[in-house]
Ligand binder design. Structure first.
Ligand code: ZN
Length: 86
């Protein structure tokens, strides 16, 4: 697994957040699905895997239940710049 990190200076809005800090500093880090506790017909709809970068949505997306993160645009811009994502 690629654990390469960078030492980009964190924006004041990102530094207090472990998730945001990790995302900026480590290309391979992605948050877990935020919908993992949602139930449908009494059953969990998702086992809560890590999300992946969705170019289409410009956010992170869950591969199981299609949940999408709601990071603000300014953070997403910093994230993409940190990892040279076009
Ligand atoms: Zn999910």
């Amino acid at each position: 697994m690629n654990t390469q990190t960078n030492d980009v200076e964190l924006h004041p809005n990102d530094a207090p957040s472990i998730v945001r800090s990790n995302m900026i500093r480590c290309r391979t880090y992605t948050p877990y699905c935020g919908d993992a506790r949602t139930k449908k017909d009494g059953n969990l709809v998702c086992s809560g895997p890590r999300t992946y970068w969705s170019k289409v949505h410009n956010q992170m997306k869950c591969p199981e239940c299609a949940w999408i993160t709601e990071f603000p645009d300014d953070f997403i811009a910093r994230y993409k710049e940190a990892h040279n994502i076009k």
